[in-house]
Design a protein around this ligand. Structure first.
Ligand code: SAH
Length: 258
């Protein structure tokens, strides 16, 4: 057995990144873990296409909701993971994108460690990587930005605060997660701190999925364009980046090549 596979299949709990949605963007390691799992506890955002790749013996449990009940708490999810692992089941805790990015990984890790269980983390492709690829752009670019921020529109207190002054500088780039509701707040803070109203902001909904949408806006037009787009799926605001004109061609071309 290859060493990596051995590691995955012998740890009781594997925290696995499912990537942004396209099953072809799963890592080989993630796929192996899904196929070896007795139970996969997945988030609501993990795409249905990926859930079809589990092994024939694998049970699926939705950590976003159980039955038609209300969404379950973090404590319930921790208990679900630990409870399954203590029965001897090989558990995959499947999170969208990369489990280490806005994934509440540490809370679940703490519960697993406290229960005396071993674990492994299988990184995944975060949705910002898929979104920027869809734009035909780079997250960093020589002469433009030497740093990129992954930030959230929301935290436990509500709209999240950031170093707006730093972000408002010319050429800055940020991938803003969970930002749809916070868009007007973000716009206000950035303009207040001196950002140029014409700074591009591109909304990428369902990055890497067949129904991916790319909507170009600027800081000035963002709230209006977002309202008009009426998005229901997961979306990222790519601050400081406009779609490259030729980028729309990228996905079909790649598909034809394969
Ligand atoms: N761990 C995930 C992020 C989870 S937080 C990752 O690494 O991607 C949930 C947020 O991620 C969503 O509100 C949305 O902003 C973003 N997101 C997740 N999947 C996405 C996708 N396919 N397209 C666009 N945004 C996505």
């Amino acid at each position: 057995m290859p060493r990596d596979l051995h590691t995955i299949t012998t740890q009781p709990v594997a925290f696995v990144g499912a990537g942004p949605g396209d099953p072809d963007l799963l890592t080989v390691k993630a796929l192996r873990a899904l196929q070896a799992a007795d139970v996969v506890i997945h988030d609501r955002l993990v795409s249905a296409d990926i859930l079809t790749l589990v092994g024939p013996q694998t049970r699926l449990r939705d950590a976003g909701k159980e039955g038609f009940g209300p969404s379950i708490t973090q404590g319930d999810i921790n208990q679900m993971i630990v409870g399954e692992a203590l029965t001897g089941a090989r558990v995959v805790r499947l999170k969208s994108g990369d489990p280490t990015v806005f994934g509440r990984l540490d809370e679940e890790l703490d519960a697993v460690i406290e229960a005396g269980l071993d674990y492994t983390i299988v990184p995944g492709l975060t949705s910002a990587s898929a979104a920027v690829a869809a734009l035909g752009q780079s997250l960093t670019k020589r002469g433009r930005n030497t740093a990129v921020r992954l930030i959230t529109g929301h935290d436990m207190q509500g709209y999240a605060d950031h170093d707006w002054r730093a972000l408002a500088r010319e050429g800055e780039v940020a991938a803003i997660y969970m930002a749809k509701k916070a868009a007007r707040f973000i716009q206000g803070r950035l303009l207040m701190h001196g950002a140029t109203p014409s700074t591009p902001v591109t909304i990428v909904e369902k990055a890497s999925r067949p129904d991916q949408r790319i909507v170009a806006a600027t800081l000035a037009t963002l709230p209006a364009i977002l309202a008009e787009a009426d998005m229901t799926g997961p979306a990222l605001l790519m601050y400081g980046l406009a779609p490259r004109e030729t980028a729309q061609m990228a996905l079909p071309q790649v598909q034809e090549m394969i």
